[in-house]
Design a binder for this molecule. Sequence first.
Ligand code: UD1
Length: 366
Amino acid sequence: MYNITIIAGARPNFMKIAPIIHAIQKAKSEGFAMDFRLVHTGQHYDKNMSGSFFDQLQIPEPHVNLECSGGSHAEQTANIMVSFEQELLANPANLVLVVGDVTSTMACALVAQKLHTKVAHVEGGIRSDDWTMPEEINRLVTDSITNYFFTTSDTANKNLRESGVNDDQIFFVGNTMIDTLFKQRPNFIKPQVWTDLGLSEKAYIVMTLHRPANVDEEAQLKHMIDEIIANTNNLPLVFPVHPRTAKILKGLNISHPRLHMVEPLSYLEFNYLVERAKAVITDSGGITEEASMLRVPCLTLRDNTERPETITLGTNELVGTNPKNIKPYLNKLFEGNWKSGNEIPLWDGHTAERIVDVLKRFIPNC
Ligand code: UD1
């Protein structure tokens, strides 16, 4: 039996692992000698940051939850490493599969490689080249000890080749997050906030902010929100607030009749809102991918992106972190000059099948 330990820790991981698990289950039912063990590190633990994703995306109960939440990045990394080392020693695997760029991704890759277990990284090779982002450090460390890279873009392939990775370690398969998006699109759920606020199609904006660069500095966060409010043509702003951001906002007392701060939404509710929005304003990487594929204009409040194809092919524009940049981009949106977006190679809903086709080749005597 070829045993794959799959790691999930934080919200953006769950939509990436769901289709891989389903594809492994299918391969297993067809007689392929592969199985998986799902390890939740517990990095995210709230029902609306974690539990609801398992329910909605039909992800099976994790075999184990390491319950490593909270603490500084160093504490979180260390706690996950100590717990995952015990887990992997007790339940050895042929392969540890990590996804994305969160702390759990890096911590578990390190443990696996030190126990001489091969590592596969789904979404390997993407780079923002911004070393102030914790995610970029996680990507660099993870990719420096990964054996098999499942990539989302040709840029990622190029980055990996330039850093000395051999072609036979790189598998350009597409984007598992988009597998989930396409599969779940017919199941999106109208959230309560839609009815409560009397929202209508293309007549509101969704915003999310959680990057330390934007939210950890009170003045920066306030300035950004003020600029957004001032330049959104009387449209309601629906703002599902990440726990990190909520902590900072508490002290800021920001309020405006058009600004509607709500709890983080479940996957199916959030994407219902995105699909029908006039635009999305965000600092998340994953949301730029989803908005692009749903053909919704996306304004990214960051100075860089590790996902350039969302700009060259998708509906995303890099607004930057200077709040003064927000107005011209919103003007462009309201003038009706936003790009409508194109398809992105291999973001077609079949990425997980391609990943599992590669994994089948790893089964001994297959
Ligand atoms: C993490 C990821 C980031 C991802 C984001 C999505 C890293 C370095 N960052 O950032 O890439 O885009 O998740 O959500 O891994 N908290 C709760 N409830 C939860 C989860 C977190 O209250 O369910 C609190 C934590 O206690 C902490 C804060 O939110 O105080 C931040 O959580 P943390 O996991 O450290 O990083 P994120 O900012 O969520």
